[in-house]
Design a protein. Structure first.
Length: 636
């Protein structure tokens, strides 16, 4: 796992960026603390920070050249089938000077160019420079596990793993207000857009070719929009799914450094752990718990799994003060507005895990793949609705009157019933959009000043339509999951895990996102994944005999923090400062009257999801203070 950056200058003005390659590389230090280097010539610069995982020797450092010194690669990620690919290349006469997957990738690209991408099993973002043809080739993995940002204009092409590296080149910081509006609804900014108008994210499953002022993009992978129905019975599919997932886990245990696993106590991470233990009996597992808030604590389940599987288990039991002590660390590392509050949990879990291991397996991806979220259960009920669903909708006025919040069982149930009733009234796409975010109707836009709303209304609707393009009316479960794989998974879940693990120099591997597993699952009938009584059905049934019974038939809980209580108490001063009328007016972005409404709702008996919306504003304000105003985050 590493950090990469580079420049391709097209003229003398573009060449001015060459002086920043070293500082842009240094900005990625957390992603690669073990080694770093840069290559520059008259018009090209490449930088690399290395976290050594496979072949930790210096011969595997980057930028890496082929034997003829024509091709140079900077690579972030891991290729899990590199040994098979290496054998194929050796049979063709290639001789290797290292045992790294980087060198295998380089020679595979030299032989097959973009066609090599279909052979790769792993996660990656890389750039290959062809010194003879004077070209760049960049690619990103199928599902967006690894990030890749870029900027292209008439003078230059820039790329980097993180925005903080891009900013070292002195890029224009013009805000993209359409991206900001999407962020205010979703709490993240979906690809290909970023918070800045000029900077883009390379879409998952895509590549770029750059040569003298020309940029060509292509797509090498996509989940099929329509299923190729499998003839397998449910029992047969369960066996094949189990075999595929085990092979995926086995591949992801390959490393020349210590490997552990996150164990949250949910089915997903428990299954990954159970499979890993078969091939690594001394596996070290890690989980965090909330000592001061049992509603969010799941360590009882994690401990039960660890005991059942006989792993070497470590629990990081945290108080509210432990969590709050890390808020500024998270805000300081966040280089684009991103407000999933569970980022804090992932940061701390990664920080503590890194003391024991350099690589951790994770259960991420299973919910989007197999229908594990509450919204999936809600969609399934609508797709197969009956008298119960109609009754919930008819009682919408009752749910509205009930106190709603995420911080307690009764309040959370009322919140869910109200969201379901409201969603039932909408068409398929609007229903998904509402359930994917934290605002209703035009609320996100109303937070912006009126002039901003008018300027970006058409562009916002165009982007929104693109995000929801897979959903028809009436919707199917496959369409919902497909949209999650393109929107929620790369935009929220994978971004969170990558950024917070890399902030602590920890590599996280996600076995559920082996492309063979994903393609297999998306060709299964919806009822194999979710029905009225069970989510992630095939996953739960496949491993029922290998995990403690108490893991089953338990409520789904997210990896959350008690943000509502924090904003009311410990973070109240932060809210008063960053969201004061003076700050909002001087900044000229937000509508203070709408901000006031959110503040009032926070302390009401019916807060609903207001804490998520306020946290999004606070994260943006902290980001704005650091990256636009140039003030340190610890001054807030």
């Amino acid at each position: 796992m590493c950090g990469i950056t580079g420049v391709f200058a097209f003229n003398l003005l573009g060449k001015l960026n060459m002086i920043h390659v070293t500082s842009a590389t240094l900005a990625l230090e957390k992603r690669g603390p073990d080694a770093h280097d840069v290559y520059t010539n008259e018009y090209v610069g490449l930088g690399h920070r290395r976290l050594s995982i496979i072949d930790t020797s210096a011969v595997a450092n980057q930028p890496m050249w082929d034997a003829q010194k024509r091709f140079c690669i900077v690579f972030n990620g891991e290729i899990f089938n590199y040994r098979e690919l290496r054998s194929e290349l050796e049979a063709q006469g290639i001789r290797f000077s290292s045992s790294s997957d980087t060198e295998v990738l380089l020679y595979l690209f030299i032989r097959e160019k973009e066609n090599c991408l279909n052979k790769l099993n792993g996660f990656f973002a890389f750039c290959v420079y062809d010194r003879q043809e004077q070209t760049f080739f960049l690619a990103r993995d199928r599902y967006g596990i690894k990030p890749l940002l870029y900027l292209f204009d008439e003078d230059k092409f820039l790329f980097a793993s993180e925005m903080k590296s891009m900013l070292q080149y002195g890029i224009d910081k013009e805000l993209d207000y359409t991206s900001l509006q999407a962020y205010l609804h979703l709490n993240y900014i979906p690809a290909p857009h970023t918070i800045f108008t000029q900077v883009k994210k390379l879409l998952p499953g895509h590549y770029l070719k750059i040569s003298s002022k020309k940029l060509e993009s292509g797509r090498y992978y996509a989940i099929a929009e329509k299923a190729n129905p499998s003839a397998l019975t449910y029992e047969q599919a369960t066996v094949q799914f189990k075999d595929l997932l085990e092979d995926s886990v086995k591949r992801r245990l390959v490393a020349d450094v210590p490997v552990g696993a996150f164990l949250s106590g949910g089915v997903d991470s428990s299954v990954i752990t159970a499979l890993a233990v078969k091939h690594k009996p001394d596996l070290h597992t890690f989980s965090i718990g909330f000592r001061d808030d049992k509603f969010f604590d799941e360590t009882t389940y994690a401990n039960a799994v660890a005991k059942h599987l006989k792993t070497n288990h470590t629990v990081f039991s945290l108080t509210h003060n432990d969590l709050l002590a890390h808020v500024h660390h998270v805000l300081n590392y966040t280089d684009e507005p991103f407000a999933d509050s569970s980022t804090l949990n992932v940061y701390i879990l990664s920080k503590e895990t890194r003391k024991h291991a350099t690589v951790a397996l994770s259960g991420d991806g299973a919910d989007e793949l197999l229908g594990g979220y509450n919204k999936h259960a809600a969609f399934n009920r609508i797709i197969h609705k009956g008298w119960k669903e109609n009754l919930i909708t008819s009682l919408a006025p009752v749910w509205k009157l009930m106190p709603q919040s995420r911080s307690g069982k009764a309040g959370n149930l009322a919140r869910q019933l109200n969201r379901f009733a409201e969603g039932m009234k909408l068409d398929s796409r609007e229903r998904y959009w509402q359930w994917a975010g934290f605002t209703q109707g035009t609320q996100a836009g109303m937070l912006l000043r009126e002039t901003r709303q008018k300027l970006n209304k058409q562009e916002f609707e165009s982007r929104k339509e693109n995000y929801l393009r897979y959903i028809s009316s009436p919707e199917t479960m496959r369409e919902i999951l497909l949209t999650d794989m393109h929107l929620v998974l790369p935009g929220d879940m994978l971004t969170k895990v990558d950024s917070m693990s890399m902030a602590n120099s920890l590599e996280v591997r996600v076995p559920f996102l082996d492309y063979r597993v994903v393609d297999f699952v998306f060709n299964l009938p919806d009822e194999f994944k979710i029905n009225r009584s069970m989510r992630k059905r095939i996953l739960q049934d496949a491993f029922r005999d290998e995990l403690p019974a108490q893991l089953y038939n338990r409520p789904k809980k997210g990896f959350e923090v008690p943000m509502l209580n924090w904003l009311r108490k410990e973070l109240n001063a932060l809210t008063d400062d960053l969201l004061s009328e003076k700050n909002i007016s001087e900044q000229g972005i937000f509508n203070y009257a709408e901000v006031q409404k959110l503040k009032a709702q926070l302390n009401s008996s019916n807060p609903q999801d207001v804490h998520a919306r306020l946290w999004a504003l606070l994260v943006f304000q902290a980001w704005y203070k650091k990256y636009i105003q140039g003030l340190p985050v610890n001054s807030i």
